[in-house]
Write a protein that binds this ligand. Structure first.
Ligand SMILES: *Cc1c(COP(=O)(O)O)cnc(C)c1O
Length: 397
């Protein structure tokens, strides 16, 4: 069996026609800036915020320039000071420690389990070091959010959730991003809604929302927001909150609003693909599929599996053999950061001590995107290829 897969792992779906039409309207109006509205007009950005808050079940929402900006803005809104320590995942993407570094704070890395979630024992051990946890639901894996929130409440730790891969996911029916004081989302091309670049931030805390809105660069135009607290809350914070410009514009918001309306269906389409690959990989010798708890409603926009305790050379052989058959796998265990993948010890601006248990997991993580341009047949073929190549290399060890 030497069939080769021909699809592209980076090809997303087109923007829906409705989004293209709405974007053209914005372009024709010339009013791309979110505060540039005609008499009686509601800005696309403000409408998106109102609709996203409703979809997530949050009181307040702010649209911003990127997911990374949303996270930095969240830290500023919580008044995280330069030099402060912020707990975060050892297994995440570079913009997460980057957001912490952007406010002059210092990441404290918390380990990862074989379920690819934050290690709650390690979190408990390090809890006294910080007042804030930047919790990254990396690749869509939700930790036990009941246990995590109980631990953080007991330790007086405020939780910011990085939901770049969990927009539309939930834990025991609670939307991802609503457990912490702030939830951050990305609408960059490879996430669950696509505006090229973009981010969203939600919170139920009025003062945090007011600070975030002013931080994003609202000047004193915050009354043009539709998912914001009352003006008196802004009165309390407006003289002490700097403008760290990072707004979303009406063009991106117009592209996103129809996608939000379709989010649930898109999430189901991802999960059908995820389950197809997962089933195809079952019972592959040497390969560990990642456990998904019953309480977790995930969005399978990417899939991970583990080659635990495999020598580097054999993992590289799997990568090469899969690549030769058109299947692009990403390896988080590689010694050097490449493409989008890097690991906690490659972020040398942030101090870190070795974490042997996490290193074992990180070394074994293989990762693959599942764009919705793939059919279920594509997914079945991809799983077949991985299974065959992993099996072949495993037998030759
Ligand atoms: C993409 C991503 C971000 C940041 O999003 P941008 O919009 O690219 O800034 C943050 N966290 C994770 C885990 C991501 O994958």
């Amino acid at each position: 069996m030497t069939e080769v897969f021909k699809g592209s792992f980076t090809q997303q779906e087109p923007i829906p026609d409705e989004g293209i039409a709405a974007a053209l309207e914005v372009l024709k109006s010339g009013r791309l800036h979110r505060y540039n509205v005609a008499e009686g007009e509601l800005a696309q950005a403000a409408l998106l915020e109102q609709e996203f808050a409703a979809a997530m079940g949050a009181r307040f929402c702010l649209a911003v320039a990127s997911g990374g900006y949303a996270m930095g803005c969240a830290l500023r809104a919580l008044d995280v000071k330069p030099g402060a320590r912020v707990l975060t995942n050892a297994f995440t993407l570079a913009p997460v420690p980057g957001a912490i570094a952007s406010v002059g704070a210092v990441p404290v890395f918390v380990g990862v389990t074989e379920d690819l979630t934050i290690d709650l024992e390690d979190l408990a051990a390090k809890a006294s070091q910080a007042d804030v946890l930047m919790l990254s639901h990396m690749r869509g894996h939700l930790a036990d959010m009941d246990a995590l929130m109980a631990l953080c409440r007991a330790e007086n730790i405020q939780v910011i959730e990085d939901c770049a891969h969990t927009m539309g996911a939930s834990w025991r029916g609670r939307m991802s991003g609503t457990d912490g004081i702030i939830g951050c989302y990305s609408t960059q091309t490879y996430k669950h809604m696509n505006s090229g670049e973009g981010g969203l931030l939600i919170t139920d805390d009025a003062e945090v929302a007011a600070r975030a809105i002013i931080l994003s660069g609202s000047y004193m135009l915050y009354e043009r927001h539709l998912a914001a607290p009352a003006p008196e809350v802004f009165e309390r914070v407006k003289y002490d909150t700097p403008n760290v410009s990072g707004r979303m514009d009406n063009l991106r918001a117009a592209i996103l609003r129809p996608q939000l309306g379709n989010l649930t269906a898109q999430c189901e389409a991802w999960n059908a693909r995820y389950r197809c690959v997962e089933e195809g990989l079952a019972a592959t010798p040497g390969l560990t599929c990642v456990r998904r708890p019953d309480a977790e409603h995930y969005v399978g926009s990417s899939i991970q599996f583990l080659l635990l305790d495999w020598p580097d050379a054999k993992i590289n052989e799997v990568l090469a053999r899969c690549a030769a058959r058109g299947v692009e796998l990403k390896w988080f265990g590689g010694a050097e950061p490449t493409g989008f993948t890097s690991r906690y010890d490659s972020w040398r601006y942030a101090p870190s001590a070795p974490m042997p248990k996490s290193d074992r997991v990180l070394k074994g993580i293989l990762d693959m995107r599942l764009p919705l341009t793939f059919s279920l047949q594509d997914c079945a073929l991809i799983a077949q290829i991985i299974k065959a190549e992993v099996s072949a290399v495993f037998q030759s060890r």
